[in-house]
Design a protein around this ligand. Structure first.
Ligand code: M6R
Length: 608
Protein backbone atom coordinates (compact mmCIF):
# COMPACT_ATOMS: atom_id res chain seq x y z
CA UNK A 1 0.00 0.00 0.00
CA UNK A 2 1.51 3.30 -1.07
CA UNK A 3 5.00 3.44 -2.52
CA UNK A 4 7.77 5.80 -1.53
CA UNK A 5 10.94 6.67 -3.40
CA UNK A 6 13.59 9.27 -2.62
CA UNK A 7 16.71 10.25 -4.56
CA UNK A 8 19.60 12.61 -3.74
CA UNK A 9 22.32 12.53 -6.37
CA UNK A 10 23.91 14.02 -9.43
CA UNK A 11 21.16 13.34 -11.97
CA UNK A 12 17.77 14.91 -12.51
CA UNK A 13 15.66 13.32 -9.76
CA UNK A 14 12.19 13.27 -11.35
CA UNK A 15 12.77 10.62 -14.08
CA UNK A 16 14.51 8.36 -11.53
CA UNK A 17 11.63 8.80 -9.11
CA UNK A 18 9.04 8.04 -11.80
CA UNK A 19 10.95 4.93 -12.75
CA UNK A 20 11.04 3.80 -9.12
CA UNK A 21 7.33 4.50 -8.69
CA UNK A 22 6.60 2.41 -11.75
CA UNK A 23 8.27 -0.56 -10.04
CA UNK A 24 6.16 0.07 -6.95
CA UNK A 25 2.86 0.31 -8.87
CA UNK A 26 2.07 -3.25 -7.88
CA UNK A 27 1.65 -2.19 -4.26
CA UNK A 28 -1.67 -0.59 -5.23
CA UNK A 29 -2.45 3.13 -5.52
CA UNK A 30 -4.98 5.62 -6.75
CA UNK A 31 -2.86 8.78 -7.18
CA UNK A 32 0.78 9.77 -7.45
CA UNK A 33 3.04 12.75 -6.93
CA UNK A 34 6.59 14.11 -7.05
CA UNK A 35 8.53 16.81 -5.22
CA UNK A 36 11.95 18.11 -6.21
CA UNK A 37 14.05 20.94 -4.87
CA UNK A 38 14.73 23.45 -7.60
CA UNK A 39 16.26 26.94 -7.57
CA UNK A 40 13.08 28.54 -6.26
CA UNK A 41 12.28 26.02 -3.53
CA UNK A 42 10.22 22.85 -3.49
CA UNK A 43 8.32 22.09 -6.67
CA UNK A 44 5.39 19.64 -6.42
CA UNK A 45 3.32 18.01 -9.15
CA UNK A 46 0.65 15.41 -8.41
CA UNK A 47 -2.13 13.64 -10.26
CA UNK A 48 -5.11 11.48 -9.35
CA UNK A 49 -5.23 8.11 -11.10
CA UNK A 50 -2.52 6.07 -12.77
CA UNK A 51 1.16 7.00 -12.94
CA UNK A 52 0.65 7.68 -16.65
CA UNK A 53 -1.27 10.84 -15.66
CA UNK A 54 1.66 12.08 -13.58
CA UNK A 55 4.09 11.26 -16.35
CA UNK A 56 2.01 13.24 -18.78
CA UNK A 57 1.70 16.17 -16.40
CA UNK A 58 5.47 16.29 -15.82
CA UNK A 59 6.45 15.35 -19.40
CA UNK A 60 8.12 12.21 -18.03
CA UNK A 61 9.77 14.24 -15.29
CA UNK A 62 11.37 16.77 -17.66
CA UNK A 63 9.30 19.67 -16.31
CA UNK A 64 10.77 19.21 -12.83
CA UNK A 65 14.26 20.45 -12.09
CA UNK A 66 16.49 19.37 -9.20
CA UNK A 67 18.70 16.47 -8.23
CA UNK A 68 17.01 15.81 -4.89
CA UNK A 69 13.43 14.60 -4.74
CA UNK A 70 10.61 12.46 -3.38
CA UNK A 71 8.03 10.34 -5.17
CA UNK A 72 4.85 8.70 -3.94
CA UNK A 73 1.99 6.48 -5.01
CA UNK A 74 -1.00 6.79 -2.66
CA UNK A 75 -3.63 4.26 -1.68
CA UNK A 76 -6.30 6.39 -0.02
CA UNK A 77 -6.97 5.93 3.69
CA UNK A 78 -7.74 9.44 5.05
CA UNK A 79 -9.56 11.41 2.36
CA UNK A 80 -10.70 10.28 -1.08
CA UNK A 81 -8.32 9.87 -4.03
CA UNK A 82 -7.88 13.39 -5.49
CA UNK A 83 -5.13 15.72 -6.70
CA UNK A 84 -5.41 17.60 -3.43
CA UNK A 85 -5.12 14.58 -1.15
CA UNK A 86 -2.23 13.08 -3.13
CA UNK A 87 1.28 13.25 -1.71
CA UNK A 88 3.71 14.98 -1.30
CA UNK A 89 2.13 17.20 1.35
CA UNK A 90 3.67 20.35 2.69
CA UNK A 91 3.99 22.21 5.95
CA UNK A 92 4.98 25.80 6.69
CA UNK A 93 3.91 27.25 3.35
CA UNK A 94 5.95 24.77 1.38
CA UNK A 95 9.12 24.80 3.47
CA UNK A 96 8.77 21.10 4.27
CA UNK A 97 7.43 18.40 1.92
CA UNK A 98 6.76 14.82 2.89
CA UNK A 99 5.59 11.51 1.46
CA UNK A 100 4.08 8.94 3.74
CA UNK A 101 3.01 5.31 3.79
CA UNK A 102 0.79 4.02 6.61
CA UNK A 103 -1.29 5.71 9.26
CA UNK A 104 -0.58 8.25 11.96
CA UNK A 105 -3.03 7.17 14.60
CA UNK A 106 -2.97 10.27 16.79
CA UNK A 107 -3.17 12.73 13.89
CA UNK A 108 -6.40 14.30 15.17
CA UNK A 109 -4.80 15.11 18.51
CA UNK A 110 -1.75 16.61 16.77
CA UNK A 111 -3.97 18.53 14.35
CA UNK A 112 -5.90 20.11 17.23
CA UNK A 113 -2.65 21.08 18.97
CA UNK A 114 -1.32 22.67 15.76
CA UNK A 115 -4.62 24.47 15.07
CA UNK A 116 -4.48 25.96 18.57
CA UNK A 117 -1.06 27.28 17.63
CA UNK A 118 -2.35 28.96 14.51
CA UNK A 119 -1.71 26.36 11.82
CA UNK A 120 -4.37 25.77 9.17
CA UNK A 121 -4.84 22.73 6.94
CA UNK A 122 -5.68 22.36 3.26
CA UNK A 123 -6.40 18.58 3.05
CA UNK A 124 -8.10 15.79 4.98
CA UNK A 125 -4.96 13.68 5.28
CA UNK A 126 -2.96 12.56 8.28
CA UNK A 127 0.11 13.15 6.09
CA UNK A 128 -0.40 16.90 5.97
CA UNK A 129 -0.61 16.83 9.78
CA UNK A 130 2.80 15.13 9.89
CA UNK A 131 4.23 17.70 7.46
CA UNK A 132 2.90 20.59 9.54
CA UNK A 133 4.22 19.01 12.73
CA UNK A 134 7.70 18.59 11.26
CA UNK A 135 7.67 22.19 10.08
CA UNK A 136 6.42 23.30 13.50
CA UNK A 137 9.38 21.49 15.10
CA UNK A 138 11.87 22.98 12.60
CA UNK A 139 14.38 25.28 14.24
CA UNK A 140 17.15 25.16 11.66
CA UNK A 141 17.90 21.43 11.56
CA UNK A 142 15.62 19.08 9.62
CA UNK A 143 16.95 15.92 11.28
CA UNK A 144 16.17 17.32 14.72
CA UNK A 145 12.72 18.45 13.56
CA UNK A 146 11.85 15.02 12.15
CA UNK A 147 13.15 13.25 15.27
CA UNK A 148 11.06 15.49 17.51
CA UNK A 149 7.97 14.91 15.37
CA UNK A 150 8.55 11.14 15.34
CA UNK A 151 8.64 11.16 19.13
CA UNK A 152 5.13 12.72 19.06
CA UNK A 153 3.56 10.51 16.38
CA UNK A 154 1.94 7.12 16.97
CA UNK A 155 1.05 4.56 14.31
CA UNK A 156 2.68 2.56 11.58
CA UNK A 157 4.30 4.60 8.90
CA UNK A 158 7.27 5.25 6.64
CA UNK A 159 8.15 8.84 5.79
CA UNK A 160 10.30 10.66 3.26
CA UNK A 161 11.01 14.31 4.11
CA UNK A 162 12.68 17.27 2.41
CA UNK A 163 13.18 20.87 3.49
CA UNK A 164 13.82 23.84 1.20
CA UNK A 165 16.31 25.27 3.69
CA UNK A 166 18.48 22.14 3.53
CA UNK A 167 18.21 21.34 -0.19
CA UNK A 168 20.90 18.66 -0.26
CA UNK A 169 19.31 16.42 2.38
CA UNK A 170 16.53 13.86 2.49
CA UNK A 171 15.25 12.25 5.67
CA UNK A 172 13.58 8.82 5.74
CA UNK A 173 11.84 7.24 8.74
CA UNK A 174 10.70 3.66 9.26
CA UNK A 175 8.10 2.81 11.87
CA UNK A 176 6.27 -0.47 11.18
CA UNK A 177 6.14 0.10 7.41
CA UNK A 178 8.81 -1.06 4.98
CA UNK A 179 11.74 1.12 3.92
CA UNK A 180 15.21 0.48 2.55
CA UNK A 181 18.16 2.71 1.74
CA UNK A 182 20.16 2.07 -1.45
CA UNK A 183 23.54 3.26 -2.68
CA UNK A 184 24.01 4.00 -6.38
CA UNK A 185 26.97 5.26 -8.38
CA UNK A 186 25.45 8.69 -8.81
CA UNK A 187 23.71 9.21 -5.52
CA UNK A 188 21.68 7.55 -2.79
CA UNK A 189 18.07 6.49 -2.60
CA UNK A 190 15.40 5.16 -0.32
CA UNK A 191 12.30 3.20 -1.24
CA UNK A 192 9.46 1.05 0.04
CA UNK A 193 11.15 -1.96 -1.45
CA UNK A 194 14.15 -3.19 -3.34
CA UNK A 195 12.40 -3.47 -6.73
CA UNK A 196 12.37 0.34 -7.02
CA UNK A 197 16.17 0.57 -6.97
CA UNK A 198 17.32 -2.67 -8.62
CA UNK A 199 17.92 -0.90 -11.93
CA UNK A 200 20.59 1.24 -10.24
CA UNK A 201 22.13 -0.85 -7.51
CA UNK A 202 22.17 -4.03 -5.44
CA UNK A 203 23.69 -2.39 -2.37
CA UNK A 204 21.05 -1.98 0.29
CA UNK A 205 20.58 -1.18 3.96
CA UNK A 206 17.41 -2.58 5.53
CA UNK A 207 16.04 -0.13 8.09
CA UNK A 208 14.58 -1.38 11.36
CA UNK A 209 11.60 0.14 13.11
CA UNK A 210 12.13 3.52 14.75
CA UNK A 211 15.15 4.34 12.67
CA UNK A 212 15.82 7.57 10.84
CA UNK A 213 18.10 7.85 7.79
CA UNK A 214 19.74 11.07 6.65
CA UNK A 215 20.53 10.78 2.97
CA UNK A 216 22.68 13.03 0.80
CA UNK A 217 24.31 12.57 -2.57
CA UNK A 218 27.42 11.07 -0.99
CA UNK A 219 26.34 9.59 2.31
CA UNK A 220 23.69 7.94 4.46
CA UNK A 221 23.65 8.16 8.25
CA UNK A 222 21.28 6.50 10.67
CA UNK A 223 19.81 7.65 13.98
CA UNK A 224 17.32 6.72 16.66
CA UNK A 225 14.45 9.16 17.35
CA UNK A 226 16.61 10.35 20.27
CA UNK A 227 19.39 11.14 17.80
CA UNK A 228 21.79 8.45 18.92
CA UNK A 229 23.87 7.51 15.91
CA UNK A 230 23.50 3.94 14.62
CA UNK A 231 25.87 1.89 12.57
CA UNK A 232 24.01 -0.11 9.91
CA UNK A 233 25.39 -2.68 7.54
CA UNK A 234 25.18 -2.60 3.77
CA UNK A 235 24.06 -5.82 2.07
CA UNK A 236 24.09 -7.00 -1.51
CA UNK A 237 20.66 -8.20 -2.56
CA UNK A 238 20.61 -11.38 -4.62
CA UNK A 239 17.64 -10.12 -6.61
CA UNK A 240 18.24 -9.30 -10.22
CA UNK A 241 16.78 -6.40 -12.17
CA UNK A 242 14.82 -8.91 -14.30
CA UNK A 243 12.85 -9.83 -11.16
CA UNK A 244 10.99 -6.58 -11.53
CA UNK A 245 10.21 -6.64 -15.26
CA UNK A 246 7.64 -8.55 -17.30
CA UNK A 247 10.19 -10.63 -19.20
CA UNK A 248 8.17 -10.54 -22.42
CA UNK A 249 4.84 -11.54 -20.84
CA UNK A 250 1.77 -9.38 -21.27
CA UNK A 251 1.18 -9.34 -17.52
CA UNK A 252 3.20 -9.89 -14.39
CA UNK A 253 0.55 -12.35 -13.25
CA UNK A 254 1.16 -14.67 -16.19
CA UNK A 255 4.93 -14.33 -15.79
CA UNK A 256 4.62 -15.21 -12.12
CA UNK A 257 2.36 -18.19 -12.84
CA UNK A 258 5.10 -19.53 -15.10
CA UNK A 259 7.71 -18.94 -12.38
CA UNK A 260 5.99 -21.31 -9.97
CA UNK A 261 8.07 -24.41 -10.69
CA UNK A 262 11.23 -22.47 -9.89
CA UNK A 263 9.70 -20.83 -6.83
CA UNK A 264 8.75 -24.23 -5.41
CA UNK A 265 12.13 -25.76 -6.29
CA UNK A 266 14.12 -22.93 -4.69
CA UNK A 267 11.92 -22.91 -1.59
CA UNK A 268 12.03 -26.63 -0.87
CA UNK A 269 15.52 -27.71 -1.96
CA UNK A 270 17.23 -26.27 1.09
CA UNK A 271 15.11 -28.36 3.43
CA UNK A 272 15.22 -31.74 1.70
CA UNK A 273 18.47 -33.59 2.30
CA UNK A 274 18.99 -37.22 1.38
CA UNK A 275 15.26 -37.67 0.95
CA UNK A 276 14.57 -36.38 4.47
CA UNK A 277 12.82 -33.14 5.40
CA UNK A 278 14.93 -31.24 7.89
CA UNK A 279 13.49 -28.06 9.38
CA UNK A 280 15.46 -28.28 12.62
CA UNK A 281 17.23 -25.03 11.76
CA UNK A 282 13.94 -23.14 11.85
CA UNK A 283 11.81 -25.34 14.10
CA UNK A 284 13.90 -27.00 16.81
CA UNK A 285 13.12 -30.70 17.19
CA UNK A 286 12.59 -30.62 20.95
CA UNK A 287 9.87 -28.00 20.62
CA UNK A 288 8.36 -29.55 17.49
CA UNK A 289 7.85 -32.82 19.38
CA UNK A 290 5.88 -31.25 22.19
CA UNK A 291 3.64 -28.82 20.28
CA UNK A 292 0.15 -29.10 21.76
CA UNK A 293 -1.73 -27.11 19.17
CA UNK A 294 -1.00 -25.20 16.01
CA UNK A 295 -2.64 -21.94 15.01
CA UNK A 296 -2.24 -20.79 11.43
CA UNK A 297 -2.90 -17.09 11.15
CA UNK A 298 -3.03 -15.18 7.87
CA UNK A 299 -5.17 -13.14 5.46
CA UNK A 300 -6.54 -13.66 1.96
CA UNK A 301 -4.72 -16.23 -0.13
CA UNK A 302 -2.23 -16.89 2.65
CA UNK A 303 -5.20 -17.86 4.80
CA UNK A 304 -6.28 -20.31 2.09
CA UNK A 305 -2.82 -21.88 2.24
CA UNK A 306 -3.45 -22.30 5.94
CA UNK A 307 -6.79 -24.00 5.22
CA UNK A 308 -5.13 -26.58 2.98
CA UNK A 309 -2.31 -27.04 5.48
CA UNK A 310 -4.70 -27.73 8.34
CA UNK A 311 -6.01 -30.84 6.59
CA UNK A 312 -2.49 -32.06 5.96
CA UNK A 313 -1.09 -31.33 9.41
CA UNK A 314 -4.03 -32.96 11.14
CA UNK A 315 -4.01 -35.96 8.83
CA UNK A 316 -0.28 -36.57 8.71
CA UNK A 317 1.02 -35.19 12.02
CA UNK A 318 -2.16 -35.71 14.05
CA UNK A 319 -1.71 -32.28 15.66
CA UNK A 320 -4.82 -30.16 16.30
CA UNK A 321 -4.68 -27.15 14.01
CA UNK A 322 -6.84 -24.08 13.88
CA UNK A 323 -6.81 -21.60 10.99
CA UNK A 324 -7.76 -18.07 11.95
CA UNK A 325 -8.06 -14.84 9.98
CA UNK A 326 -5.37 -12.53 11.31
CA UNK A 327 -7.90 -9.73 11.65
CA UNK A 328 -9.96 -11.94 14.00
CA UNK A 329 -7.17 -13.63 15.93
CA UNK A 330 -6.27 -10.84 18.32
CA UNK A 331 -9.91 -10.08 19.15
CA UNK A 332 -10.96 -13.69 19.69
CA UNK A 333 -9.21 -14.28 23.01
CA UNK A 334 -7.44 -17.28 21.43
CA UNK A 335 -6.64 -20.29 23.60
CA UNK A 336 -2.94 -19.98 22.95
CA UNK A 337 -0.33 -21.09 25.48
CA UNK A 338 3.35 -22.01 25.71
CA UNK A 339 2.77 -25.34 24.00
CA UNK A 340 1.20 -23.61 21.01
CA UNK A 341 2.93 -22.94 17.75
CA UNK A 342 1.50 -19.94 15.92
CA UNK A 343 2.39 -19.96 12.23
CA UNK A 344 1.99 -16.65 10.44
CA UNK A 345 1.83 -16.85 6.65
CA UNK A 346 2.44 -13.70 4.63
CA UNK A 347 3.88 -13.03 1.21
CA UNK A 348 4.69 -9.39 1.90
CA UNK A 349 5.60 -9.83 5.54
CA UNK A 350 3.99 -6.43 6.11
CA UNK A 351 0.26 -7.21 6.39
CA UNK A 352 -0.84 -5.15 9.37
CA UNK A 353 -3.43 -7.66 10.63
CA UNK A 354 -0.93 -10.51 10.53
CA UNK A 355 1.75 -8.42 12.20
CA UNK A 356 -0.60 -7.49 15.03
CA UNK A 357 -1.69 -11.12 15.41
CA UNK A 358 1.97 -12.09 15.69
CA UNK A 359 2.49 -9.56 18.46
CA UNK A 360 -0.57 -10.92 20.26
CA UNK A 361 0.66 -14.51 19.93
CA UNK A 362 4.01 -13.54 21.41
CA UNK A 363 2.31 -11.68 24.23
CA UNK A 364 0.35 -14.85 25.01
CA UNK A 365 3.59 -16.83 25.24
CA UNK A 366 3.31 -18.93 22.08
CA UNK A 367 6.24 -19.94 19.92
CA UNK A 368 5.98 -18.13 16.57
CA UNK A 369 7.07 -19.20 13.11
CA UNK A 370 6.53 -17.03 10.06
CA UNK A 371 6.42 -18.12 6.44
CA UNK A 372 7.36 -14.98 4.56
CA UNK A 373 8.51 -14.07 1.06
CA UNK A 374 10.11 -10.68 1.63
CA UNK A 375 13.46 -10.65 3.32
CA UNK A 376 13.81 -8.33 6.27
CA UNK A 377 10.07 -7.63 6.39
CA UNK A 378 8.38 -6.67 9.66
CA UNK A 379 6.75 -10.07 10.24
CA UNK A 380 9.99 -11.92 9.52
CA UNK A 381 11.87 -9.70 11.94
CA UNK A 382 9.32 -9.99 14.71
CA UNK A 383 8.93 -13.81 14.63
CA UNK A 384 11.06 -16.22 16.63
CA UNK A 385 11.51 -18.53 13.66
CA UNK A 386 11.27 -17.74 9.94
CA UNK A 387 11.02 -19.83 6.81
CA UNK A 388 11.50 -17.77 3.68
CA UNK A 389 9.59 -18.73 0.57
CA UNK A 390 11.96 -18.13 -2.30
CA UNK A 391 9.42 -16.96 -4.84
CA UNK A 392 11.27 -13.72 -5.64
CA UNK A 393 9.49 -10.38 -5.91
CA UNK A 394 5.81 -10.81 -6.67
CA UNK A 395 4.52 -7.81 -8.55
CA UNK A 396 0.98 -8.76 -9.64
CA UNK A 397 -1.52 -7.95 -6.91
CA UNK A 398 -3.01 -11.43 -7.23
CA UNK A 399 -0.60 -13.82 -5.60
CA UNK A 400 0.37 -16.98 -7.49
CA UNK A 401 3.99 -18.02 -7.10
CA UNK A 402 4.18 -16.95 -3.45
CA UNK A 403 1.00 -18.95 -2.77
CA UNK A 404 2.55 -22.06 -4.32
CA UNK A 405 5.78 -21.60 -2.41
CA UNK A 406 3.80 -21.19 0.83
CA UNK A 407 1.86 -24.38 0.11
CA UNK A 408 5.14 -26.23 -0.39
CA UNK A 409 6.53 -24.91 2.91
CA UNK A 410 3.38 -25.99 4.73
CA UNK A 411 3.71 -29.48 3.23
CA UNK A 412 7.29 -29.58 4.54
CA UNK A 413 6.09 -28.58 7.99
CA UNK A 414 3.37 -31.25 8.01
CA UNK A 415 5.85 -33.90 6.98
CA UNK A 416 8.56 -32.81 9.40
CA UNK A 417 6.13 -32.89 12.31
CA UNK A 418 4.64 -36.20 11.22
CA UNK A 419 8.11 -37.72 11.09
CA UNK A 420 9.13 -36.43 14.52
CA UNK A 421 5.86 -37.56 16.04
CA UNK A 422 5.92 -40.93 14.38
CA UNK A 423 2.48 -40.47 12.84
CA UNK A 424 3.38 -41.25 9.24
CA UNK A 425 4.56 -44.59 7.85
CA UNK A 426 8.03 -44.62 6.30
CA UNK A 427 6.49 -45.66 2.95
CA UNK A 428 4.07 -42.75 2.87
CA UNK A 429 6.80 -40.36 4.06
CA UNK A 430 9.07 -41.41 1.19
CA UNK A 431 6.31 -41.07 -1.37
CA UNK A 432 5.47 -37.53 -0.23
CA UNK A 433 9.15 -36.46 -0.23
CA UNK A 434 9.74 -37.77 -3.71
CA UNK A 435 6.49 -36.21 -4.92
CA UNK A 436 7.60 -32.90 -3.42
CA UNK A 437 10.80 -33.17 -5.42
CA UNK A 438 8.82 -33.97 -8.55
CA UNK A 439 6.42 -31.06 -8.08
CA UNK A 440 8.28 -28.43 -10.16
CA UNK A 441 8.26 -30.70 -13.21
CA UNK A 442 4.52 -31.36 -12.82
CA UNK A 443 3.79 -27.67 -12.53
CA UNK A 444 5.84 -27.05 -15.67
CA UNK A 445 3.66 -29.52 -17.56
CA UNK A 446 0.44 -27.75 -16.59
CA UNK A 447 1.88 -24.36 -17.49
CA UNK A 448 3.12 -25.61 -20.85
CA UNK A 449 -0.39 -26.83 -21.70
CA UNK A 450 -2.10 -23.67 -20.54
CA UNK A 451 -4.16 -23.42 -23.73
CA UNK A 452 -6.23 -26.29 -22.27
CA UNK A 453 -7.54 -23.81 -19.72
CA UNK A 454 -7.72 -20.81 -22.02
CA UNK A 455 -10.42 -22.40 -24.21
CA UNK A 456 -12.91 -23.20 -21.43
CA UNK A 457 -12.29 -19.76 -19.92
CA UNK A 458 -13.57 -18.28 -23.18
CA UNK A 459 -16.83 -20.16 -22.72
CA UNK A 460 -17.39 -18.76 -19.24
CA UNK A 461 -16.10 -15.17 -19.30
CA UNK A 462 -19.46 -13.56 -20.05
CA UNK A 463 -21.19 -15.03 -17.02
CA UNK A 464 -22.17 -12.83 -14.11
CA UNK A 465 -21.58 -15.35 -11.35
CA UNK A 466 -19.83 -18.62 -10.79
CA UNK A 467 -19.52 -21.19 -7.99
CA UNK A 468 -16.65 -23.37 -6.84
CA UNK A 469 -17.21 -26.55 -4.87
CA UNK A 470 -14.89 -29.05 -3.22
CA UNK A 471 -14.30 -31.06 -0.06
CA UNK A 472 -11.38 -30.92 2.38
CA UNK A 473 -8.26 -29.61 0.62
CA UNK A 474 -10.38 -29.25 -2.52
CA UNK A 475 -12.57 -26.87 -0.55
CA UNK A 476 -9.50 -24.87 0.53
CA UNK A 477 -8.53 -24.74 -3.11
CA UNK A 478 -12.02 -23.67 -4.15
CA UNK A 479 -11.74 -20.69 -1.83
CA UNK A 480 -8.49 -19.69 -3.51
CA UNK A 481 -9.88 -20.21 -7.03
CA UNK A 482 -12.86 -18.06 -6.17
CA UNK A 483 -10.76 -15.27 -4.65
CA UNK A 484 -8.44 -15.22 -7.67
CA UNK A 485 -11.38 -14.92 -10.03
CA UNK A 486 -13.12 -12.19 -8.04
CA UNK A 487 -10.12 -10.01 -7.45
CA UNK A 488 -8.88 -9.78 -11.01
CA UNK A 489 -11.97 -10.36 -13.20
CA UNK A 490 -14.65 -8.77 -10.97
CA UNK A 491 -16.90 -11.75 -11.74
CA UNK A 492 -18.88 -12.60 -8.64
CA UNK A 493 -18.11 -16.03 -7.33
CA UNK A 494 -18.54 -18.08 -4.17
CA UNK A 495 -16.74 -21.15 -2.93
CA UNK A 496 -18.64 -23.80 -1.04
CA UNK A 497 -17.80 -26.94 0.81
CA UNK A 498 -19.52 -29.23 -1.71
CA UNK A 499 -21.83 -30.78 0.88
CA UNK A 500 -23.07 -27.38 2.04
CA UNK A 501 -24.48 -26.24 -1.28
CA UNK A 502 -27.81 -27.93 -0.77
CA UNK A 503 -28.30 -26.11 2.54
CA UNK A 504 -29.25 -22.84 0.84
CA UNK A 505 -26.94 -21.75 -1.94
CA UNK A 506 -28.30 -24.22 -4.45
CA UNK A 507 -31.25 -21.83 -4.87
CA UNK A 508 -28.87 -19.56 -6.80
CA UNK A 509 -28.23 -22.20 -9.46
CA UNK A 510 -30.07 -21.45 -12.69
CA UNK A 511 -29.89 -22.58 -16.29
CA UNK A 512 -26.28 -22.07 -17.43
CA UNK A 513 -24.76 -21.10 -14.05
CA UNK A 514 -21.13 -22.23 -14.15
CA UNK A 515 -19.94 -24.42 -11.28
CA UNK A 516 -16.32 -25.47 -10.97
CA UNK A 517 -15.98 -28.72 -9.08
CA UNK A 518 -12.53 -29.42 -7.66
CA UNK A 519 -12.25 -33.18 -7.30
CA UNK A 520 -8.76 -34.33 -6.43
CA UNK A 521 -9.26 -36.25 -3.18
CA UNK A 522 -9.91 -39.75 -4.50
CA UNK A 523 -11.66 -40.93 -1.35
CA UNK A 524 -14.15 -38.04 -1.60
CA UNK A 525 -14.58 -38.00 -5.36
CA UNK A 526 -17.88 -39.86 -5.41
CA UNK A 527 -19.42 -37.46 -2.90
CA UNK A 528 -18.38 -34.31 -4.79
CA UNK A 529 -19.44 -35.80 -8.11
CA UNK A 530 -22.90 -36.36 -6.57
CA UNK A 531 -22.99 -32.68 -5.64
CA UNK A 532 -21.99 -31.83 -9.21
CA UNK A 533 -24.85 -33.94 -10.47
CA UNK A 534 -27.28 -32.10 -8.13
CA UNK A 535 -26.39 -28.75 -9.65
CA UNK A 536 -26.36 -30.08 -13.20
CA UNK A 537 -29.88 -31.36 -12.63
CA UNK A 538 -30.80 -27.73 -11.95
CA UNK A 539 -29.20 -26.39 -15.12
CA UNK A 540 -25.61 -25.70 -14.03
CA UNK A 541 -22.73 -26.13 -16.44
CA UNK A 542 -20.00 -28.00 -14.54
CA UNK A 543 -16.28 -27.78 -15.20
CA UNK A 544 -14.34 -30.29 -13.13
CA UNK A 545 -10.68 -30.00 -12.16
CA UNK A 546 -9.30 -33.43 -11.34
CA UNK A 547 -6.25 -35.68 -11.45
CA UNK A 548 -5.40 -37.45 -14.72
CA UNK A 549 -6.08 -40.86 -13.20
CA UNK A 550 -9.50 -39.73 -11.94
CA UNK A 551 -10.94 -38.47 -15.23
CA UNK A 552 -13.22 -41.46 -15.65
CA UNK A 553 -14.68 -40.89 -12.17
CA UNK A 554 -15.90 -37.41 -13.01
CA UNK A 555 -16.55 -37.05 -16.72
CA UNK A 556 -20.11 -38.37 -16.68
CA UNK A 557 -21.12 -35.39 -14.51
CA UNK A 558 -18.94 -32.73 -16.16
CA UNK A 559 -19.40 -30.47 -19.15
CA UNK A 560 -15.68 -29.69 -19.23
CA UNK A 561 -12.85 -31.56 -17.56
CA UNK A 562 -9.41 -30.11 -16.78
CA UNK A 563 -6.84 -32.63 -15.61
CA UNK A 564 -3.63 -32.16 -13.67
CA UNK A 565 -0.82 -34.66 -13.09
CA UNK A 566 -1.36 -37.12 -10.25
CA UNK A 567 0.58 -36.71 -7.05
CA UNK A 568 0.16 -37.62 -3.38
CA UNK A 569 -3.16 -36.36 -2.01
CA UNK A 570 -1.36 -33.98 0.38
CA UNK A 571 0.20 -32.21 -2.60
CA UNK A 572 -2.83 -32.15 -4.88
CA UNK A 573 -3.58 -28.49 -3.97
CA UNK A 574 -0.14 -27.56 -5.30
CA UNK A 575 -0.90 -28.89 -8.75
CA UNK A 576 -4.60 -28.09 -8.97
CA UNK A 577 -4.25 -24.45 -8.04
CA UNK A 578 -2.45 -23.70 -11.31
CA UNK A 579 -5.46 -24.26 -13.61
CA UNK A 580 -7.57 -22.17 -11.26
CA UNK A 581 -5.05 -19.32 -11.43
CA UNK A 582 -4.92 -19.59 -15.22
CA UNK A 583 -8.70 -19.76 -15.44
CA UNK A 584 -9.02 -16.50 -13.46
CA UNK A 585 -6.27 -14.94 -15.56
CA UNK A 586 -7.88 -15.75 -18.91
CA UNK A 587 -11.36 -14.75 -17.76
CA UNK A 588 -9.95 -11.38 -16.64
CA UNK A 589 -8.11 -11.06 -19.94
CA UNK A 590 -11.29 -11.67 -21.97
CA UNK A 591 -13.18 -9.23 -19.77
CA UNK A 592 -10.55 -6.56 -20.46
CA UNK A 593 -9.58 -6.08 -16.82
CA UNK A 594 -6.49 -4.42 -15.40
CA UNK A 595 -5.07 -7.79 -14.36
CA UNK A 596 -1.95 -6.77 -12.48
CA UNK A 597 -3.52 -3.83 -10.69
CA UNK A 598 -7.15 -4.65 -9.93
CA UNK A 599 -9.28 -1.77 -8.73
CA UNK A 600 -9.30 -0.89 -5.02
CA UNK A 601 -6.64 -3.47 -4.13
CA UNK A 602 -3.16 -3.09 -2.72
CA UNK A 603 -0.42 -5.68 -2.79
CA UNK A 604 0.59 -5.28 0.79
CA UNK A 605 -2.14 -4.21 3.14
CA UNK A 606 -0.46 -2.19 5.84
CA UNK A 607 -3.62 -0.91 7.54
CA UNK A 608 -5.81 -2.92 9.90
O1 M6R B 1 1.19 -10.36 1.96
P1 M6R B 1 0.16 -11.30 2.57
O2 M6R B 1 0.35 -12.71 2.15
O3 M6R B 1 0.08 -11.14 4.05
O4 M6R B 1 -1.21 -10.79 1.97
C1 M6R B 1 -2.42 -11.37 2.36
C2 M6R B 1 -3.53 -10.99 1.41
O5 M6R B 1 -3.70 -9.60 1.38
C3 M6R B 1 -3.27 -11.48 -0.02
O6 M6R B 1 -3.07 -12.86 -0.06
C4 M6R B 1 -4.44 -11.12 -0.93
O7 M6R B 1 -5.57 -11.85 -0.58
C5 M6R B 1 -4.05 -11.33 -2.40
N1 M6R B 1 -4.48 -10.21 -3.18
C6 M6R B 1 -4.63 -12.53 -3.01
O8 M6R B 1 -4.25 -12.69 -4.33
Amino acid sequence: MCGIVGYAGENNAAPILLDGLEKLEYRGYDSAGLATIGKSGIDIIKAKGRLAALKERTENGKLMQGTVGLGHTRWATHGKPSDENSHPHTGGNGRVAIVHNGIIENYNEIKEMLKNRGRSFYSETDTEVAAQLIDYCYKGNILEAVAEAVREMRGSYALGVMCSEEPETLIAVKCRAPLIVAYTENGNMFASDVTAVLKYTKEITYLDDDEIAVITKTDAEFYTPFLDKLSKKRELTKLDVSAADKGGFEHYMLKEITEQPEAVRRTTEKFIKNSRVDLSEVLPEAFARKIGKIFIVACGSSYHVGMAAKYNIEKLARTPTEVVYASEFRYSDPLVDKASLVILISQSGETADTLEALREAKRLGAETLSVVNVKGSSIAKASEHVIYTKAGPEIAVATTKAYSAQLAVMALIALYLADLRGTVSSEEYSVIVSELEALPEKLERIIKNRADIQYPAYRYFNNEKLFFIGRNTDYALSLEGSLKLKEISYMHSEAYAAGELKHGTISLIEEGTPVIAVVTCRRLAEKTVSNASEVRARGARVMTVTAESMRSLVEHESDDVITVPDTHEALMPSVSVVPLQLFAYYIALYRGCDIDKPRNLAKSVTVE
